[in-house]
Design a protein around this ligand. Structure first.
Ligand code: SF4
Ligand code: SF4
Length: 300
């Protein structure tokens, strides 16, 4: 991340904390809920299989930019399945950059060619070493690793959702992040227990063990993008929800924080580390603010 961008974010952060503002800075756009996989923990794919038109996505980008959002993420389903009359995901990333978004990230399952050099980060889901990953995401591990190795730029961040199946694979994923070409870092989340997937959630004690493990691995030099100072709040779910600085749009509808906001009681079990980190930063938690500076300057 450029230092000038960081200064702008700092100004935003200070004024947000001082004036207790609820203005958002991070926005996500769902391009489609279509997906080529059927992961065990997923509650969002192929509900409608709609691929939203380019014109609509462009309007959503413009709306989010006008609201002051400067960090944009494209999500699916699988965002590489999005396209409209020759306009591709890569075109959307370029257009978002031209519009003025400072950071543009894409979250993908990694089963398509990773040719997005204009993206700041491509978050590629990897849910463990080969056996556990394939148990959760189907037989995709080798394909994903091959795609990462062939990617056209070194802007990849592995993205692991820790659950009851893969909770012992944290070190393996850190090792993969360290050893694999084009991978810059690894980012963890805990499974958020959407209805029907509750059996995958971790207990508080298990979350604590995982966070201790991540902190230890980070201390040993593995490239972890998460903020350790937020771990106690994540383990105990004591961060303020929803996070007003994050918004998400799908099919012209906008939510604060996540679409999961509509699911009763889910925020009290939220496993999204970013929701905790942003909530803590904009509540003025100095330790988390300082660590975010250091970590984002290093990896984004
Ligand atoms: S790749 Fe993502 S959207 Fe697709 S099924 Fe898996 S978790 Fe769901
Ligand atoms: S579960 Fe709640 S706090 Fe977590 S991302 Fe969804 S809306 Fe935000």
């Amino acid at each position: 991340m450029k230092f000038s961008t960081l200064l702008k974010f700092t100004y935003f952060g200070i004024t947000t904390v001082l004036f207790k503002r609820r203005k958002p800075i991070l926005g996500s756009i769902i391009l489609t809920d279509k997906c080529n996989l059927a992961c065990r923990h997923c509650a969002v794919s192929n509900l409608t299989s709609a691929v939203y038109p380019y014109k609509q996505i462009k309007t959503e980008m413009q709306k989010l930019y006008a609201e002051g959002i400067r960090i944009l993420l494209f999500y699916g389903g699988e965002p590489f399945l999005w396209g409209d009359n020759g306009v591709t995901l890569r075109d959307l990333v370029k257009e978002a950059k031209q519009l003025g978004f400072a950071i543009v990230n894409v979250v993908t399952n990694g089963t398509f060619t990773l040719d997005l050099p204009e993206a700041d980060l491509i978050l590629v889901s990897l849910d463990g070493e080969k056996e556990k990953h394939n148990e959760i995401r189907g037989d995709t591990y080798d394909l994903i690793l091959a795609n990462i190795n062939k990617a056209t730029s070194a802007n990849i961040c592995l993205y692991m959702a820790i659950n009851q199946i893969n909770k012992n694979d944290i070190e393996e994923v850190c090792e993969t992040a360290m050893q694999t070409k084009n991978v810059r870092a690894v980012s963890f989340n805990f499974h958020t227990p959407y209805p029907g997937t509750e059996y995958l959630k971790l207990t508080r004690e298990q979350k604590q063990i995982c966070c201790d493990r991540i902190a230890e691995l980070s201390g040993r030099g593995y490239p972890v993008l998460n903020l350790q100072s937020a771990f106690p709040y994540i383990v105990n779910n004591t961060f303020k929800t929803p996070c007003y600085q994050c918004v998400i749009m799908e099919n012209e509808k906008q939510w604060i924080c996540g679409r999961c906001l509509d699911i009763k009681g889910l925020c009290q079990e939220c496993g999204f580390f970013f929701a905790a980190e942003y909530s803590l930063v904009f509540s003025g938690n100095l330790k988390v603010i300082f660590e975010m500076f250091k970590t984002y300057l290093k990896y984004i």
